[in-house]
Design a protein around this ligand. Structure first.
Ligand SMILES: CC(=O)N[C@@H]([C@@H](O)[C@H](O)[C@H](O)CO)[C@@H](O)CC(=O)C(=O)O
Length: 304
């Protein structure tokens, strides 16, 4: 495997645009890429993850989306990471093979979460099978225990993983356990990209040594978060903290109203004016009241 360019900075967890009747809508992806790059300054994406309702899509839809993002992102995006995790090993392997064939920059996988791995060894065995379908493509573990229920500590998982999975390049760490995250950094910073996935706590993760971040809010708060990253790089912690508190003020507001993937879709539609469409069942559309209040709050937000 050629030495891959280390992942860093902001990575937007993309939304899956859908038509009003719930089909995936590939026709707006070109516009979406331009929006991220030009309006948000975000040049890397994570496709078919949680925000992208990846586990609610068919394998065929996931492949079509992966292809559209890779094709439309060519020469515009730095990294297109395709999430290939699935409950069924053959399905995850098929998606990994497909991502490699279409030229994805990297792939990522969650732990299977219905019949779950109960220890590190079975989790690594599952991930190894998936990664081996894409032997030339960097592989990332997607740790999101709040949704998978798989709570195997990442610190433990990373110990010796490169011998088991030669393409292993890092972790997308979507959890608030900063002790586990800190140990991952302490033991692996030189070797792996450690990408933090709880947007409202990114500054804390940067202080601990995060390489970058993957999240839903970088779709529409990319500018503000990029400014936070710049301030942090210049060691201006006062400014960095202001940006974190400012984006946090918005998130705290929407959390109280009820926030999730459906609400992210609605916010992105109203901010970017790209129609993201409805979420897929079991998720329901954000309410009109939520959309109005979230939009008004965003309009009043003055982070920059
Ligand atoms: C549970 C969840 O959806 N977490 C988001 C965060 O970006 C999250 O939306 C944000 O921190 C607000 O809570 C990401 O970690 C998920 C993500 O990156 C993905 O869509 O794959």
């Amino acid at each position: 495997m050629a030495s891959p360019k280390r992942l860093q900075g902001l990575i937007a967890a993309t939304i899956t645009p859908m038509t009003p009747d719930g089909e995936i809508n590939l026709s707006v992806i070109d516009q979406y890429v331009d929006y991220l790059v030009k309006e948000q300054g975000v040049k890397s994406i994570f496709v078919n993850g949680t925000t992208g309702e990846g586990l609610s899509l068919s394998t065929q839809e996931r492949k079509q989306l992966a292809e559209a993002w890779v094709t439309k992102g060519k020469d515009k995006l730095d990294h297109v990471i395709i999430h290939v995790g699935a409950l069924s090993l053959p399905e995850a392997k098929e998606l990994a093979k497909h991502a490699a064939a279409i030229g994805a920059s990297a792939i990522a996988g969650i732990a299977p979460f219905f019949l779950k791995p109960t220890n590190k060894d079975t989790l690594v065995a599952f991930l190894r099978e998936v990664a081996s379908e894409a032997p030339g493509v960097p592989f990332y573990y997607y740790h999101i225990p709040s949704l998978t229920g798989v709570k195997i500590r990442v610190e433990e998982l990373l110990d010796g993983i490169k011998e088991q999975i030669p393409t292993f390049q890092g972790v997308k760490f979507s959890d608030t356990d900063l002790l586990d995250f800190a140990q991952c950094v302490k033991n692996n910073k030189e070797q792996f990209a450690l990408l933090y996935g709880v947007d409202e706590q990114l500054l804390s993760a940067l202080v601990l040594g995060a390489s970058g971040a993957v999240g839903s809010t970088y779709n529409y708060l990319g500018k503000e978060n990029n400014l936070m990253l710049e301030a942090f790089a210049k060691q201006d912690l006062t400014a960095a903290k202001q940006y974190q508190l400012c984006t946090g003020e918005f998130l705290s507001f929407v959390f109280k109203l009820g926030f999730g993937v459906a609400q992210t879709k609605a916010i992105m539609t109203s901010v970017s004016r790209i129609p993201m469409g409805p979420p897929r069942l079991p998720l329901l559309n954000a309410s009109k009241d939520f959309i109005e209040k979230a939009k008004a709050k965003l309009d009043r937000l003055t982070c920059c």
